[in-house]
Ligand binder design. Structure first.
Ligand code: FAD
Length: 300
């Protein structure tokens, strides 16, 4: 099913994000995580994609196929483009179509200091336009070829490289006009920031559904590293939790889960289109959060 269609049928949509296990670990090892996540009835599960290097080593499509075939849940395949050429992207799209995978989160990716970016795609919107142009990436043996449904990323606190929020939203509109049907937000810890961003996108004429990205926090060092990398701010009430429980893992787990559940309850009460939970492949986190919101999310 096209993920954009799910948003026409229910609100809020619930989705999880996972990453493929490291090369050394067998893909089968992820079964325990997937079985538990699927018990929570997400509307889809997104699978991250390595930002650079070899498409051969990339296990995103393989894992997405497993989610669809073995668990009957729709996968959203992340795809980055900065370090790939058209022919490599075409190859991945052909692989996806052959596996019956039609939902893509089209991303630029971050520059990898060890790689010189290729020239074919500068921004995610270039990838979106390429995917939407269809053409020769449809494999001849794929009888049920249909258009790919394309999602994109957005940044409530603006993308780190954008000079200001206005130009970032202007660029977001270019991406949506290239063919993005649904947006997933970067993590944030202050719902007011998300509401303000959402309103600005509507004023700018962006009308596609926007899912709120929620990162349940369980580790102080990890979250401090992450916010530096992605530019999210830590509000005072969240900082207070980190200061008080940062060195007590069990207490921080309880506080982090309570904070994430509170964020989600407020977002749902405010009519958010969807909640996207960055699970970090941790079923205990996903389970605990879903327990806290079970009766707020209706299944299809
Ligand atoms: P873009 O939409 O291209 O934007 C990048 C920057 O360019 C922004 O500052 C934007 O304002 C600017 N820009 C865009 N278009 C134009 C234009 N036409 N003219 C001028 N400036 C422009 N990374 C991974 O490697 N793998 C993943 O699986 C992954 N998953 C992610 C999932 C989500 C939900 C999010 C929010 C991020 C994810 N990322 C992932 C990180 C992402 O790759 C980085 O944030 C990257 O720096 C930007 O990607 P983008 O697709 O948002 O880029």
């Amino acid at each position: 099913m096209r993920i954009s269609k799910v948003f026409e049928q229910k609100k809020p949509v619930l989705s999880f994000e996972i990453f493929p296990p490291k090369k050394a670990a067998a893909l089968e090892n992820i079964d325990a995580t997937l079985s538990k996540l699927c018990e929570l009835h997400p509307d889809f599960i997104s699978v991250t994609f390595g930002a650079g290097g070899s498409t051969v080593d990339n296990r995103t499509v393989e894992l997405a196929r497993k989610i669809k075939d073995d668990y009957g849940i729709e996968p959203l395949v992340h795809l980055t483009c900065l370090n790939y050429g058209r022919s490599e992207i075409r190859g991945i799209l052909a692989q996806m179509a052959a596996a019956g995978l039609y939902n893509i989160l089209a991303l630029r990716g971050d520059a990898n200091p060890d790689l010189v970016p290729k020239d074919d795609f500068r921004y995610a919107s270039d990838l979106v336009a390429f995917i939407k142009s269809r053409g020769d990436y449809s494999p001849s043996d794929c009888s049920q070829f249909e258009d790919f449904s394309v999602s994109g990323a957005c940044y409530p606190e603006k993308h780190l490289e954008a000079p200001d929020a206005v130009s970032d939203i202007h660029n977001l509109k270019i991406k949506v006009e290239a063919g993005v049907e649904h947006l997933v937000s970067q993590l944030f810890f202050d719902n007011d920031v998300f509401y303000d961003f959402y309103e600005k996108t509507r004023i700018a004429g962006i009308t596609v559904p926007i899912e709120a990205g929620i990162m349940p926090v369980t580790n102080k060092a990890q979250i401090e590293r992450m916010v530096t990398m992605c530019g999210a701010t830590l509000p005072a009430k969240f900082r207070k939790i980190l200061d008080k429980y940062g060195d007590e893992p069990e207490a921080l787990f309880d506080a982090g889960m309570a904070y994430a559940v509170n964020q989600i309850v407020d977002l749902i009460a405010s009519g958010v289109d969807g909640i996207h939970i960055y699970t970090m492949n941790n079923v205990v986190i996903a389970d605990r959060i879903c327990e806290g919101i079970r009766n707020l999310i209706r299944t299809l």
